[in-house]
Ligand binder design. Sequence first.
Ligand SMILES: NC(=O)c1ccc[n+]([C@@H]2O[C@H](COP(=O)([O-])OP(=O)(O)OC[C@H]3O[C@@H](n4cnc5c(N)ncnc54)[C@H](OP(=O)(O)O)[C@@H]3O)[C@@H](O)[C@H]2O)c1
Length: 255
Amino acid sequence: MNIRLDGRIALITGATGGIGSAIVNEFFQSGATVIVTGRNSEKIDNTIDTILKNTDADISDISRINGIKMDLSEPDSAKQLIQYAISKYNKIDILVNNAATTDGQPISCSDEKFVTNMMFINYQQPYQLTRNALSYMRKARYGRIINITSLTGQYGDAGMSAYGASKAALHALTQSVAAEYGRYNITANSIAPGFVETKAIKKVREEYKEKMKTNIPNQRFANPAEIADLATFLASERAAYINGQQIAINGGLYR
Ligand SMILES: NC(=O)c1ccc[n+]([C@@H]2O[C@H](COP(=O)([O-])OP(=O)(O)OC[C@H]3O[C@@H](n4cnc5c(N)ncnc54)[C@H](OP(=O)(O)O)[C@@H]3O)[C@@H](O)[C@H]2O)c1
């Protein structure tokens, strides 16, 4: 199956990270115009350079990839990101809510500020991005919202109550958007990764990682490109009838 995203405008948050940059790469290779966002200009430039270096891109291709620095902890950033996409391209077809803060705190010592911040970055800002993007998608009668949730949002985990709650809330948003906007040829789906080889997992001690792998039927963590492949399919016209779903990519863990 040849999945193409030619002519589509895609905004990916957290695009400088492991999963985000893999999604940017796959969307770009599939013909989409991509907007790379993150908090750090240097990382944005590096992400764009790496993708262009790995492509036989000509001058017209280079105009298909742009970066904008934005910290989602800033209250107006969600609105500004959508305005940037609209002012530059006059439409937005695909929104991937991928940026997240992934820290943990045991319930007994977690403070209110920590929980509020987690919900703001991981849920409220994706909500605002979605809300702002939907008005343009509705006019265009095309839209794909892809929310990167987590195994932790499905099943919880020790020390991860706020993170898990933020991801469960994000999937509830997915389901409501699907229910409200399916009639406009707009779909919303969540991708719930298990363990993926990115910076987020590098913090975990090696021996603990090896132990975790033995519990996974596939006996390994995912490669970010495996998440990007699913995101590309969900972003395409071919996935028009998949709506409101949370698709797990976890190597068979918690079947
Ligand atoms: N890796 C896993 O095992 C795993 C498992 C389940 C779910 N997930 C989910 O997958 C997504 C991507 O994770 P990852 O593993 O690719 O993480 P990562 O490599 O650490 O990348 C995280 C990205 O989010 C951005 N980000 C973080 N806080 C931000 C903020 N306040 N404003 C704007 N951007 C912000 C980071 O930007 P900077 O470059 O500026 O830091 C970076 O681009 C997250 O939603 C995560 O919850 C990951």
